[in-house]
Design a protein around this ligand. Structure first.
Ligand code: DX5
Ligand code: ZN
Length: 223
């Protein structure tokens, strides 16, 4: 079952609670929350306080995408704020194994994100500990960018490997997902599709989620 994870990065922050409710009512089960520190990526967003505020207004699974240096410093704060899942970037730490353990000790599921230029090789000895791998299909930092097609073979190779090893680790893709790129990502083997601009820059985010889900599921039925 392919899942659509709306990213609040492109939401109207002046009425965030309402926007989150719209996508939840449309059937989205995962909310993607992009945390940026102005160092790992050239942009700043929000932190645990925002997660805590939203927690009281939503039953969706909170999928926190940390685009920050020293991710280990903030794991406990996001758990306390009510996140169910944390993904950090392999490029942001020399101690990926330790960070995965920290996330799990806090009772959350763990994911690692790879930038478009980062090969899968660094996952070799930690893949068995991961619940999710996030393959960036744009360079992280901003919403509304164009899907980088060079990443497609990386999705395919990881998908094949996970199938061959009987792994339950999921593949999430993030960046440039819209009605045109949903079929490409699903065909390559993605399980969770993050969508920011395609949902929140759409005049009707509720309808946008439904359309993206339909597009993803029609691909599954064809195959
Ligand atoms: C980018 C973020 C994404 C972003 C995707 O650094 O990680 O989650 O919200 O936005 P779209 O779907 O607009 O490319
Ligand atoms: Zn993201």
């Amino acid at each position: 079952m392919i899942q659509i994870a709306p990213s609040i990065l492109s939401a109207d922050f002046s009425r965030l609670g309402e926007q989150v409710r719209l996508v939840e009512d449309a059937g989205a089960e995962i909310l993607h929350i992009d945390v940026m520190d102005g160092h790992f990526v050239p942009n700043l967003t929000f932190g645990p306080a925002l997660v805590k505020s939203l927690r009281a207004h939503s039953r969706m699974r909170f999928d926190v995408h940390l685009m920050i240096e020293a991710p280990e410093l903030f794991i406990a704060d996001f758990a306390a704020a009510g996140a169910e899942h944390v993904t950090f970037h392999l490029e942001a730490t020399d101690h990926a194994h330790r960070v995965i353990q920290l996330i799990k000790e806090q009772g959350m599921t763990a994911g690692i994100a790879l930038n478009p230029a980062t090969p899968l090789d660094g996952l070799k000895y930690i893949l068995q500990d991961l619940d999710m791998v996030l393959l960036m299909t744009v360079n992280p930092g901003f919403g509304g960018q164009k899907f980088i097609t060079n990443v497609i073979p990386k999705i395919q190779v990881l998908h094949r490997h996970l199938q061959q090893t009987g792994s339950s680790c999921l593949i999430e893709v993030d960046g440039g997902i819209n009605l045109e790129t949903v079929p490409v990502a699903v065909n390559a083997g993605a399980d969770i599709l993050v969508a920011g601009a395609a949902v929140f820059s759409h005049p009707d985010p509720h309808q946008a989620v439904e359309k993206l889900r339909q597009a993803a599921h029609s691909m599954i039925n064809e195959s």
